[in-house]
Design a protein around this ligand. Structure first.
Ligand code: G6P
Length: 439
């Protein structure tokens, strides 16, 4: 039986993940769940509700929550990390500051993603170090954002650590593609995929009998993008997400040979994204008014009632990939996942030192990469620009370099000039002074 620490115990996603873990106990048996957060107050609410839920549904599991690293990371097998340094208040600024200058505001793309990256690097490295200090054999399954920048930081700073960087967006989109083909799950497909995190393309999709599913998926993308396909997730249902799934039709049209990750919208149609954004009310506001209120309201209700009976929490189906990944390591299942890993030739004509998102086979000793061959000029050009943004951001963090961060912003395809980049940067520095290293 396994012991798991959830880093980001006060996250709005934590209850859904805890319930999801319980649902999969038959294949991933758990003896202990620990929550860890550096915000005691926020975690308290979520953890107290989860304690009640666990006591009622799985009393055999030892449960605890703490802000003390030694307690959190001692005697564990896995760390599930989904931290948000600066919380939603800072996400709001990441989104709104660029919009002031007519540049898109998004938590992982463009200036907002760079700002968030500069906050996240230290937090993720700190957790990794705690895990290695107190449970040297444990694995960290990291899906903290912005995953591309965080992954590059772990490659640079902790290259030998037992960490797997993974993102849920390709999983969600693969579920939608499976639905387009009448399959019940993405597990009935084998894919070829290359890119950076939130910046990738599918170039091959087969069913488990080797039949090519691309023609069917392309037909669907041409007409609807990802809009009317279902997935088994219950996360991306808000209007702004539906909008993104629709817009994928235009993103697809730019290169109809491949199927794009939805986030390419931000790089290929930044003008459209700015035009359709409300600079006074961004996704952070939507989340704070929606998910945040719902989750904390529900937690308080459970605590007041002293029971989880009738609570509206659901197991986060969207997050079952985390159990799949933990099982792959724990049980050596050799399952395929899209991971964010050092390229080292897997994408033949691309920077060997880049952190790329590609299919890998995962087992008890970690992952093996599946080569994706050479990629077309269009994708290569976009990826070279974007990977440079990510690398410069990490270098800026390591060296405390204003110049490199300015270069990172200037290189971002979402920013029109070095002048605008500087204006945004100076505002971001001011807003992030409690979080960034001094530049
Ligand atoms: C997807 C992405 C995540 C991102 C999330 C944002 O799941 O893969 O990287 O964090 O969307 O969702 P939200 O509902 O917070 O806007």
């Amino acid at each position: 039986k396994y012991a798991v620490t959830v880093a980001g115990g006060g996250s709005t996603f934590t209850p859904g993940i805890a319930l999801m873990l319980l649902e999969h106990m038959d294949r991933f048996p758990i003896r202990k769940i620990m929550f860890y957060d550096n915000d005691a107050e926020r975690q308290e609410v979520v953890a107290q509700a989860c304690r009640i839920y666990l006591k009622e549904h799985a009393p055999e599991i030892e449960f605890g929550y703490t802000t003390d690293p030694e307690t959190a990371f001692t005697d564990i097998d896995f760390v599930l990390a989904h931290i948000r340094v600066g919380k939603y208040a800072m996400r709001e600024l990441d989104e709104k500051i660029p919009l002031k200058y007519g540049v898109l505001g998004q938590e992982t793309c463009g200036p907002g993603g760079i700002a968030y990256g500069m906050r996240s690097i230290g937090g993720v490295i700190e957790i990794l170090d705690y895990m290695e200090q107190y449970s040297p054999n444990a694995w960290m399954l990291n899906y903290s954002n912005p995953a591309a920048i965080v992954a590059e930081a772990t490659r640079r700073l902790r290259p030998d650590s037992k960490i797997l960087n993974i993102c849920d967006m390709p999983i969600d989109l693969e579920e939608k593609m499976a639905d387009m083909c009448g399959l019940s799950s993405r597990k009935e497909m084998q894919v070829g995929y290359y890119g950076l995190n939130h910046f990738g393309w599918w170039h091959k999709i087969y069913d488990n009998n080797g039949n090519d599913l691309m023609p069917q998926i392309k037909e669907h993308m041409k007409a609807n993008g990802f809009a009317d396909a279902l997935s088994d997730t219950n996360q991306h249902v808000d209007e702004s997400w539906v909008h993104t799934f629709q817009k994928a039709r235009d993103v697809y049209a730019v290169d109809p040979e491949t199927i794009p990750n939805t986030y390419l919208k931000y790089y290929l149609f930044p003008d459209y994204v700015v035009e359709t954004s409300d600079p006074e009310y961004t996704r952070a506001n939507e989340v704070m008014d929606g998910r945040e209120k719902f989750v904390f309201g529900e937690c308080r209700r459970i605590v007041e009632n002293g029971t989880s009976k009738g609570c509206a929490f659901e197991a986060d189906a969207h997050a079952t990939y985390i159990v799949d990944l933990a099982c792959a390591i724990a049980e050596n299942t050799q399952e395929r996942f899209l991971l964010i890993v050092p390229n080292e030739g897997a994408v033949e004509n691309f920077d060997r030192t880049a952190m790329v998102e590609i299919p890998c086979i995962v087992g008890c000793n970690g992952y093996e990469k599946i080569c994706q061959g050479a990629i077309p000029q269009f994708q290569k050009g976009l990826m070279e620009q974007q990977v440079s943004v990510e690398k410069l951001t990490v270098e800026a963090w390591i060296e405390g370099s204003y110049q490199k961060l300015w270069q990172a912003l200037t290189l971002s395809k979402t920013v029109p000039s070095a002048r605008i980049a500087k204006l945004i940067l100076d505002d971001l520095i001011e807003a992030n002074k409690d979080f960034w290293p001094e530049l």
